[in-house]
Design a protein around this ligand. Structure first.
Ligand code: GLU
Length: 381
């Protein structure tokens, strides 16, 4: 047989989804597995959103829409994000995508040429690097400092004439770090002076536990070079619905829409009408609950006496197990096998020696999970 794609050969299955799959498999076998793997709120999708989807289906909103989405939703997203983030977007700059992941893929495909370099700060979410490769680019990994914040001097030292873009993710997956205004200002200066695009993944923007979210797009001169990625998965407990938004300069949005028109076409139509109603819902009760869980998890982590990140946002914590294990993947797999607690190895996030724990699980599950983790560590050491 003729060889398959050399490009796809360079990437592997998403590790977050892999461990989630393994955990679900064990659950199906009847094991009481606690899943602290994929970042997926355990809340139900709000009732009014489900009602809107049903009404849409019953009233014939079941046909194709324009690839970029229904005008009503694009307008509402443009209005809401302009207000929330302090940008100025029109509906024509909004693309409704199959989740944030799809928005990122379209953005990178639209801006990169072969061998263009893209800076990714590590630890980083698992899909940025493969997505840069799929778009023909070269990922350039730049380690963050001890507080998991981008080190701007290090960033500058990695720039070449091939650098095309920087991917930002604040609040951050997997560390929970929230970038300070100073850091964002400094990155914005670098982007402007080197003529770089910024792909800003802000899908956790609703989940900030101290202070406010700041978008780099709102900083002086950044709107024309930033693509903001947002969505409803994390903020509205709608992971399975697949609703993402990209807000981009007009020429980039047009490229993204062209790509969509030949690949997925529009995201499913009833979901778009449901998303329109979701936008006006207040889901801050979810954030308040995640904060309560975060505080609890930090209390429990204290007892483990291992270093860890202190999340100011999102719903992940990175636990450093390097002092008790040579290999984070082995540690994660043993924890799953022996105690049925599913986590994700930090090496998947370019943070070897660590383990990502999602606290988007119920309070009771977190309590039980940490009892099991404690027991496992005592057995392990
Ligand atoms: N973004 C979530 C996570 O990191 C969902 C899974 C995925 O798409 O990677 O767990």
């Amino acid at each position: 047989m003729r060889p398959l794609s050399e490009t796809v050969k360079t990437i592997s299955e998403s590790i977050t989804l892999k461990y989630n799959r393994l955990a679900l498999q064990l659950q199906r076998e009847g094991k009481r597995v606690i899943r602290l793997t994929a970042g997926e709120p355990d809340f139900s999708t709000p009732e009014p959103v489900i009602a809107s989807a049903l009404t849409a289906m019953k009233t014939g909103k079941t046909r194709y829409t324009p690839a970029a989405g229904i005008p009503e939703l694009r307008e509402a997203v443009a209005r809401k994000l302009s207000r929330d983030l302090g940008g100025r977007w029109e509906a024509s700059q909004v693309v409704i995508t199959n989740g944030g992941k799809h928005a990122l893929h379209l953005a990178l495909m639209s801006i990169l040429n072969p061998q263009d370099e893209v800076v990714i700060f590590t630890p980083a979410w698992v899909s940025y690097e493969p997505q840069v490769r799929l778009a023909g680019g070269i990922p350039v990994l730049v380690e963050t400092d001890s507080s998991y914040l981008p080190d701007v001097a290090k960033l500058k030292s990695k720039l070449t004439e091939k650098t095309k873009a920087i991917i930002l993710n604040s609040p951050n997956n997997p560390t929970g770090a929230v970038y300070s205004p100073q850091v964002l200002e400094a990155i914005a200066e670098v982007a402007k002076s080197h003529d770089l695009y910024v792909v800003s993944d802000e899908v956790y923007r609703h989940l900030v536990y101290n202070g406010d979210h700041l978008s780099i797009a709102s900083l002086d001169g950044m709107l024309e070079r930033t693509i903001v990625v947002d969505g409803l998965s994390k903020s509205h407990a709608m992971t399975g619905w697949r609703v993402g938004f990209a807000l981009a300069p007009k020429s980039i949005a047009a490229f993204m829409i062209r790509l969509m028109s030949h690949t997925t076409s529009n995201i499913n139509t009833p979901t778009q009408w449901a998303a329109l109603d979701a936008l006006s819902l207040d889901t801050s009760y979810m954030r308040d609950e995640f904060k309560r869980r975060r505080d609890y998890v930090l209390e429990r982590l204290k007892r483990l006496k291992l270093p860890h990140s202190t999340p100011d946002g999102a719903f992940y914590v990175l636990l450093d197990v390097s002092s008790i294990s040579q290999n984070d993947t082995v540690w994660v797999e043993e924890l799953l096998k022996q105690e049925h607690v599913a986590t994700v190895p930090g090496s998947a996030f370019y943070a070897p020696g660590t383990v990502r724990i999602s606290f988007a699980a119920s309070f009771e599950e977190l309590e039980e999970a940490f009892n099991r983790i404690e027991r496992f560590i005592h057995k392990w050491i």
